[in-house]
Ligand binder design. Structure first.
Ligand code: PEP
Length: 258
C-alpha cells in the first residue's frame, strides 16, 4: 500500500463535440454517484478535446462535480506565432488540471519526439498544469524483449531539463503501443515490470523520496474486468483509459477497480 492517490484518467481522444461532452460528463457524474465513488480515495479525470473544455468547466463548476478535467496535448510555448497551437496559459485559465503529453498517437502521427515532450511538460508545469507523460514500446520492441530500456530512454528524454521540484509533480503513463485500442491488455506482470523500472529510474535520476511520490499509470485496453489485477501491482497507481472512458458506466466501474 502506498500513499499515492490512484488516478483514473479517461482519454476521450478525438470523440465528442461540446454538446456530447456535457451529456457524457453528466452521465459519468451519475454513474460515479451510483457506484458510491470515494473521490478522496481515487481521483477521476477526463482528458477531452480542446473544444469541449469550456463546456466541461461550466458543468463541473455549476454542479460542483468532484471531477477534474484536462487536455490531450499542449503547446511548448506560452504565446506567439504558433498557428493552430494551444497555450498552457489558456488551459490553465480554463481550470484544467492535467494534460497528456507525448501520447503514442501524437508521437506516431505528429512526429513528436522526446525533446518536444520535455519542452511541453516544462511549459505545462510552468502554468501549474500536471503533465501525464506517455511512454511505451511498440510491438517490435516488445518482441525483442527491449521494453524496459526503450521505455526508460523515453522517460529520460521526457524529464530532460526538469528540476526535482518539477519532476515531483508529473504523472507517467506506461502505455505499450501494442495494447492501445487493440483489446490486448498487458498482463499485470508486464505492466509492473515497466512501471517498477520507471520508478527505479526516477529514484536514480532524482531521489527515492521523489520516486515514491510520483504516480505511474498503466494504459492500453483497460476495462473494468482487468483493472483490479492491474491495481494490485505495487507500482501501478492508476490507469489511462481510452475507449472504455466513452462508456460512463464502464468508466465508473473502472474507477472503483471493477
Ligand atoms: C489511450 O488512448 O491512452 C488508451 C489507453 O486507449 P485504449 O484504452 O482504448 O487502449
Amino acid at each position: 500500500a502506498s500513499s499515492r492517490t490512484p488516478l483514473i484518467a479517461g482519454n476521450w481522444k478525438m470523440n465528442k463535440d461540446h454538446n456530447e461532452a456535457i451529456h457524457l460528463v453528466q452521465k459519468l457524474a451519475w454513474s460515479l454517484k451510483d457506484a458510491k465513488h470515494d473521490f478522496g480515495a481515487v481521483e477521476v479525470t477526463v482528458l477531452v478535446p480542446f473544444t469541449d473544455l469550456r463546456s466541461v468547466q461550466t458543468l463541473v463548476d455549476a454542479d460542483k462535480l468532484e471531477l477534474t478535467y484536462g487536455a490531450q496535448d499542449v503547446s511548448a510555448h506560452a504565446s506567439g506565432a504558433y498557428t493552430g497551437e494551444i497555450s498552457p496559459v489558456f488551459l490553465s485559465k480554463l481550470g484544467v488540471t492535467y494534460v497528456a503529453v507525448g501520447h503514442s498517437e501524437r508521437r506516431q502521427y505528429h512526429g513528436e519526439d522526446d525533446a518536444l515532450v520535455a519542452a511541453k511538460s516544462k511549459a505545462a508545469l510552468a502554468e501549474g498544469l500536471v503533465p501525464i507523460i506517455c511512454v511505451g514500446e511498440g510491438l517490435d520492441v516488445r518482441k525483442a524483449g527491449e521494453q524496459v530500456p526503450y521505455t526508460l530512454a523515453q522517460v529520460d528524454g521526457a524529464l530532460e531539463g526538469l528540476s526535482a521540484e518539477e519532476a515531483a509533480k508529473v504523472v507517467i503513463a506506461y502505455e505499450p503501443v501494442w495494447a492501445i485500442g487493440t483489446g490486448e491488455v498487458a498482463t499485470p506482470a508486464d505492466a509492473q515490470e515497466v512501471a517498477g523500472a520507471i520508478r527505479a529510474r526516477l529514484a536514480e535520476l532524482y531521489s527515492a523520496e521523489l520516486a515514491a511520490g510520483v504516480r505511474v499509470l498503466y494504459g492500453g485496453s483497460v476495462k473494468s474486468s482487468s483493472i483490479a489485477e492491474l491495481m494490485a501491482e505495487a507500482d501501478v497507481d492508476g490507469a489511462l483509459v481510452g475507449g472504455a472512458s466513452l462508456d460512463p458506466e464502464e468508466f465508473a466501474k473502472i474507477a472503483r477497480f471493477g
